[in-house]
Ligand binder design. Sequence first.
Ligand SMILES: [Zn+2]
Length: 317
Amino acid sequence: MRLCAMGIARLALVAAAAWPARVGLLRAAEPVASRASATSAPGAYQASGTASRPSWPDAALVTACERRLEGLRGVAGDGLRYRVEVPFVIAGDVSAAELERIARGTVCRAAEALWAGYFDRRPTEPITVLLLADATSYTRYAERLFGDTDLPHFGYYRRRERTLVMNIATGTGTLVHELVHALGDYDFRGRPDWFDEGLASLYEQCTLADGRIRGMVNWRLPALQKALAAGTLRPLSELITADDFRGSREGLNYAHARYFCLYLESQGWLQAYYRRFRDGFADDPTGLRFLPEVCNGQSVQDIDRAYRRWLATLAWR
Ligand SMILES: [Zn+2]
């Protein structure tokens, strides 16, 4: 068992179950994450200091991870390899090297960067990450463990069980997306869909370097620019306040929210906005009123105009 990103006691790895190694599932380590990949060089991971958080993780969380691991092993069996990086219980039918690379290079590094940049409160319960090697395995375990049959292509997050279920053959981009949901729940519960999905989608294509996570342009851009050019892109204030994120324009709403978060990040405003919104959530559950405060006093209309001008300059491939 390891304590994810902790400089304290490193315990022995949980023994991996016997399982033939599978190769060629993921591309070689690369510094840039994409829809298909959010990886980093093995060994580049740097544990952060723990002096400011002496009580995390506490013994109860470590014990809970051990219990979660044994419970999962009891249900999933010896067809998976298992690894603990507190607070994560990670299991998969990829090779031991792949499991370590994704656990350390993606899960732990992304978590550390998200904690450093956004989430002040860390998990108090285990978060399970299932790394299924291909579509067949993904389908089999999703049904066997949860009875899920109508699955998203890349993976999904079961909030109730705090479990990420990933078809890792498609890469690690969606893994980071779902990780933002899982970790964000401990710091900003109740955040609206536009901001929850905007932030999660932002990091489905990202870079991880020097302990920081940064979003990149991705496949969601063309549809958004098409709507912008056609004059059909709804006002920013409407995206934020309408409470219809999951409606008929859901796909475009994801893109709109994602790129607005990327815009805020590009201006150096996203982290401040996240904290202002989180801390003022009771005063405005939509987050609209906090935008001018972090965007140099600009009105929401002026912010929207500047965002659209910036959006038109982006290019995807
Ligand atoms: Zn999501």
